[in-house]
Design a protein around this ligand. Structure first.
Ligand code: SF4
Length: 323
């Protein structure tokens, strides 16, 4: 059974200019001990899918569909149930550390409170466990940092503190939203190594939400590519990276530098901009930017269906799979 099972999730926001669909009919799952990468440009619905799953949508947001974590349906769970699961079995590490940290509270107190609330540790045990976790996520001088306020730390250190907070209770699933974006390359490598170690030795599952395909290639088992609130392609990392089929996935990969590229290589860009969610293009949302668009693309929306071993929402791939 999947640890997290999302079926037909749709997320809408009421705005002054009308309703905006941020996520449309998304279905995905994460198995125990698995790492699922979610990639796509800003505004593709990556973060909102999991904010909805965690019951953390803004007040004007509404989610429908189903999000099951083990036996619990999260979309209809009450606050008490959600609070017991969140931070304990299921943790989300946010892209902006200040979203998770309380500015007027020392880092140490914020970490120990989590352990006292969810694990019932006394002060001394919580302090020792928190400092050990800070060291594990590569915070230098963890005892000194433990005493500091968030604003006294650099952005990279704050991000590691938030990661430490997410990992403190040994959650079964960690949803990490751009967990390494603010980190320099060396620390990034160490944090990714920690994620790999937790996955391999403790069976922790991860969802990695990122625009960095290199991170996904190195860590994830499967990947889902999102565009304009929908999954447009998904499959194993090996399949998608070796032979991407959807024109958007191909574009994303062509924009990504590779270690074996010669220094003079010019990276491609995807023409145009991501669409305005309030005014999505008709048919395939990617058609105004797609170099392969043909007659049906502006008229009909391609469904996400099996094409070979992957799932794909593109008429071209559907035709090739059928031939
Ligand atoms: Fe491009 Fe058409 Fe495929 Fe959309 S359905 S990705 S526009 S070829």
């Amino acid at each position: 059974m999947a640890l997290l099972d999302i079926q037909n999730l749709t997320v809408k926001f009421a705005t002054q200019d009308g309703e905006v669909s941020a996520v449309s009919d998304v279905s995905l799952h994460v198995n125990k001990g698995e790492c699922l990468g979610i990639v796509g440009e800003s505004g593709s619905g990556k973060s909102q899918t999991f904010m909805a799953a965690m019951g953390l949508l803004a007040g004007n947001g509404k989610a429908s569909g189903s999000v099951r974590f083990g036996d619990t349906e999260l979309l209809t769970a009450n606050e008490r149930t959600l609070n017991t699961i969140r931070g304990n079995k299921l943790a989300m590490v946010f892209q902006d550390p200040m979203t998770s940290l309380t500015p007027h509270m020392r880092v140490g107190r914020q970490l120990t409170e989590v352990l006292q609330r969810h694990r019932g540790l006394d002060n001394a045990a919580a302090r020792a466990a928190a400092i050990a976790m800070l060291a594990r996520v590569q915070v230098p001088e963890p005892e000194r940092r433990f005493q500091m306020y968030p604003h006294e730390l650099s952005g990279g250190l704050r991000q590691r503190v938030v990661l430490a907070m997410g990992l403190l209770c040994g959650p079964e699933l960690v949803i990490a939203d751009e967990p390494t974006t603010a980190l320099d390359v060396t620390v990034q490598a160490l944090v990714l190594e920690l994620i790999r170690e937790l996955k391999d030795t403790q069976g922790t599952s991860f969802v990695l939400i990122t625009h960095d395909l290199g991170v996904v290639a190195g860590l994830a088992d499967r990947v889902a590519v999102m565009y304009a609130g929908r999954i447009v392609e998904s499959g194993t990392v090996d399949e998608i990276f070796a032979a991407p089929k959807h024109p958007y996935t191909k574009g994303l990969l062509a924009c990504t530098p590779r270690l074996d590229d010669p220094p003079t290589v010019l990276l491609e860009t995807i023409p145009g901009q991501p669409p305005n969610l309030q005014n999505l293009p008709t048919g395939c949302s990617f058609h105004p930017r797609c170099v392969s668009a043909f007659e049906p693309c502006p008229v009909k929306r391609p469904l996400l269906v099996p094409a070979g071993n992957t799932l794909n929402a593109c008429f071209l791939n559907h035709m090739q799979a059928a031939s």
